[in-house]
Design a protein around this ligand. Structure first.
Ligand code: FE
Length: 213
């Protein structure tokens, strides 16, 4: 699990396959039943799925973080009322949940989990990665957060405290990673490229300028 992409890839193959075929069948059965009864419009459903697959993703959250890095007023707003600050950029939630932003500092690192199920800030991060929904992540993130971070290749100094936030249906968290050094004068668009999905879940850090090339 040292490499993040590799990690995702393995999971998609090893787990999703066997899982999803049963889940797929159930979802399909439910969908056709609901459509047949006139409760849902399959075309509308396809559009929602398409939106979450293409238009709503971590790039939304990355632009929120980049703005917070360059705009102090926005950063203050984000820390005080993340729901409203995020909403102001046009990212709204279908589920209407409350957003809370937690900012990493030199003393504290934040990471997010949903121990109960898979609550995730869809409006800013899109679809959750497979590992986020996996029972090992959900249980170990609380018991052994440093071990989990190490599996993601992130080893923090001992004097950095790790705070784990448990998402619920009502409250979802967005980690504001530290702005990388060597980015003075960068605009929001450039900065957003440094903000990975994992940096906003807390299982990673923002990239360094050198990582882009
Ligand atoms: Fe959940």
């Amino acid at each position: 699990m040292s490499n993040d992409h590799h990690h995702d890839h393995d999971h998609d193959h090893d787990h999703d396959h066997s899982h999803l075929s049963e889940m797929d069948a159930r979802v399909r059965a439910l969908e056709s039943l609901l459509a047949e009864k006139g409760y849902i419009d399959p075309a509308a459903l396809n559009e929602i799925v398409e939106i979450y697959e293409t238009r709503i993703g971590p790039q939304n959250g990355a632009s929120v973080i980049a703005k917070a890095w360059v705009d102090e007023g926005f950063n203050t707003w984000l820390m005080e009322d993340a729901t409203a600050a995020i909403h102001s950029l046009g990212f709204t939630s279908r589920q209407g949940e409350h957003m809370v932003a937690v900012a990493n500092t030199e003393h504290t690192h934040h990471m997010v989990v949903c121990t109960l199920c898979s609550c995730y800030p869809w409006s800013v991060l899109g679809l959750p990665p497979t590992w986020y929904k996996s029972p090992p992540y959900r249980s170990r993130a609380v018991i052994d957060p440093r071990g989990v971070l190490a599996d993601f290749g992130l080893v923090l100094p001992d004097d950095v405290a790790v705070e784990v936030h448990d998402s619920t249906a009502e409250t979802r968290y967005l980690v504001v990673p530290k702005r990388p050094d060597g980015t003075q004068g960068w605009d929001e668009k450039q900065l957003a490229r440094l903000v990975t999905r994992n940096a906003m879940i807390g299982t990673g850090l923002a990239l360094n300028p050198a990582d882009l090339t």
